[in-house]
Design a protein. Sequence first.
Length: 205
Amino acid sequence: MTTSLGVVPHLVLASQSPARLATLRSAGIDPTVIVSGVDEDQLAGLAPAQLALELAKLKAGAVAPQAPAGTLVLGCDSVLDLDGEALGKPGTAEEAIRRWKQMRGRTGTLVTGHALVDTASRETVSATGSTVVHFADVSDAEIAAYVGTGEPLNVAGAFTVDGLGGAFVRGIEGDHHNVVGLSLPLLRELCARLGHAYTDLWTSR
């Protein structure tokens, strides 16, 4: 399906996340990346799902005016919901260690907000994806070693499933890609809501 102008849409990713970019590329989509520059700390006091969704909207909305006409702009934001608390990027080693001691042996929900803007129609659609994550009961030494790599400092929930942290996740319930930071099935649904075919985003269609 094409736009009303007869042009197949191109995706703009409003995120500097290498994991999101790699997810899209592995799925046959090669987006243009425009970093939003949105301050993720500007929203406070929101429930985890609402926080992730509102930040995704802010990111997509900030990039849409800069994006080429006729493109689809995707903004995403992820947080870990642990006991109703929204855990984003820890930022420091001390905070990452504290969180892992809180998370180990327990279960949380990784929530990713998605907002898709059609720059042609100026319509925005949004939704959240949720995936249950079961964490291993890791030792203090394992936590220190993991945090020492620097990997968990700048990722939501202080963990990855597609990197060094994969060994510390016993299992997930739901969409694997959502945990990485971008749900492909949800992106497909949002494209359809805007009147576009997800398959049109494939680079070699």
